[in-house]
Design a binder for this molecule. Structure first.
Ligand SMILES: [Fe+2]
Length: 464
């Protein structure tokens, strides 16, 4: 009789649709390319699942095998196309997310970059909420997503980032804190190993998922492992990867990203092995931009035409500038404040804007030759010498005084990036260079501006 009632109860649970598992992490997006994306999520008990994808041609369903950690490759997609998706797993239905596949090489794009949130939950939440508003195509996290490799901390990371990562694929770098053992990993007798399980990264590196590269639009991104900066094997892989990128005529920009600062005037300072092994390659192959973290501050440095940007302000306790740092001659801007950056890429032009969560811009500079007005009304940088890759225009080249909680903040754009106007007029970029008095220039600029705004708004509309 007891067995009978148990069977009836089990049958009732199944037929009534009661959730058998809860989704505890995600869904979150990884590895977006022109034709594919990876959808991941975790459940609190073993469950099967599926990704229901809405495409311009209709609906597709991709199934996930029984398990608790789910990683589903969704392929066969079309470049620069908007999709929505819903994950159903273990009887639970997740909120619907959306994404846009990577564009062809000639299309402009924009990404966000941030790092070192660790366990600063309130600050992390503020940065995440701000990044959700800027309409980025993907994100770069420069490491130290947690203070240690603890199950509790990783859960907190995904709780805070969940609404962002539902619709924004991110590429991560391995920080030093992801490698710190936590009490639960010590008790379990396991080395810190959650990073590789929680993130899906390109497997084309020299040390699986600790370094890798991918192409987005016309730009090659190279993720390096700063924990192993002294490894000659990684140096050799970096050289090969840079050489291949520069040999490709479609590639206009190279961005390197990693956790440890190659150069830095903050608490940790620069990394000697990276300076001796990586910097000669950065300079030989004309790397435009190096994104880094580890030091909890914003800093823009430049050496030999390579721009190094520390983006360690997503939550961990902030660091002041070191007055005796040997890297001071390279420092162009230092702002000790919580922040993230948007990087807009158009042709060989890149414009970085670092901003506080409230939208206040703390720094902006550009690299390369502008091809038109900024579509969001951003700061106009007049072109430098023809052909120069260095259009850096940080408004305050002197390092800010250290010790201030917001030292050196320049109110460049108190309204932040909320302005969606194109900012082009007779005084805009096209007419403001002073290099061409032709009356056609403002008209051509206005036309080009209109096209750019239409493209950006169309792209954002498809994401919303
Ligand atoms: Fe770190």
């Amino acid at each position: 009789m007891r067995k009978f009632f148990a069977s009836v109860l089990a049958l009732g649970l199944i037929t009534s649709g009661v959730a058998e598992a809860a989704i505890t992490k995600g869904p979150y997006l990884q590895q977006v390319t022109r034709t594919s994306i990876v959808v991941m999520w975790e459940t609190d008990s073993a469950a099967a699942g599926e990704v229901r994808l809405t495409t311009p041609a209709g609906q597709r369903t991709i199934t996930a095998a029984m398990g608790t950690a789910h990683e589903v490759l969704v392929d066969g997609l079309t470049a620069d196309t908007a999709y929505t998706y819903t994950v159903i797993s273990g009887g639970a239905t997740a909120p619907t997310g959306n994404f846009v596949t990577a564009p062809e090489a000639s299309s402009p794009f924009m990404f966000v970059a941030y790092g070192d949130n660790r366990d600063g939950d309130a600050e992390h939440m503020a940065v995440v909420n701000a990044m959700r508003t800027v309409g980025a195509d993907f994100g770069v996290l420069t490491g130290d997503a947690v203070a240690s490799d603890s199950a509790t901390e990783w859960q907190k990371f995904f709780d805070v980032e969940g609404p962002l990562l539902l619709s924004l694929p991110i590429f991560t770098s391995l920080g030093n804190h992801e490698l710190l053992p936590s009490l639960d990993s010590i008790i379990a007798g396991l080395p810190p190993a959650r990073y590789k399980k929680l993130f899906s990264l390109p497997g084309n590196g020299q040390d699986a998922e600790r370094n890798y590269s991918f192409t987005y639009g016309n730009t090659v991104f190279i993720g390096v492992d700063g924990n192993n900066a002294a490894a000659t094997a990684q140096r050799d892989w970096l050289r090969t990867t840079l050489m291949a990128a520069r040999a490709n005529p479609m590639v206009k920009n190279i961005v390197v990203m990693g956790h440890h600062g190659t150069y830095s005037t903050s608490n940790h300072g620069g990394t000697g092995s990276a300076q001796s092994l990586w910097v000669p390659l950065f300079e030989q192959y004309n790397v435009e931009l190096v994104l880094q973290g580890h030091d909890h501050t914003y800093e823009h440095l430049e050496k030999a035409g390579v721009h190094y940007v520390t983006l360690g302000g997503a939550g961990a306790p902030l660091y002041s500038q070191e007055a005796g740092s040997p890297d001071l001659p390279y420092s162009k801007k230092y702002v000790m404040v919580n922040h993230f950056a948007t990087i807009r890429v158009d042709g060989d032009f890149m414009e970085l804007r670092a901003q506080k969560p409230d939208g206040t811009v703390i720094d902006t500079f550009s690299i390369g030759t502008p091809v038109g007005p900024t579509p969001d009304g951003g700061v106009v940088n007049p072109p430098t010498d023809a052909g120069s890759r260095d259009g850096s225009a940080s408004p305050s080249p002197s390092p800010s005084p250290s010790g201030s909680s917001e030292g050196g903040v320049d109110p460049i754009d108190p309204g932040g990036s909320a302005d969606s106007g194109c900012g082009c007029s007779a005084g805009g970029r096209g007419a403001g260079t002073g290099s061409d008095a032709s009356a056609m220039i403002p008209l051509v600029s206005l036309l080009f501006c209109g096209i750019l705004v239409w493209r950006v708004r169309s792209r954002r509309a498809r994401r919303s």
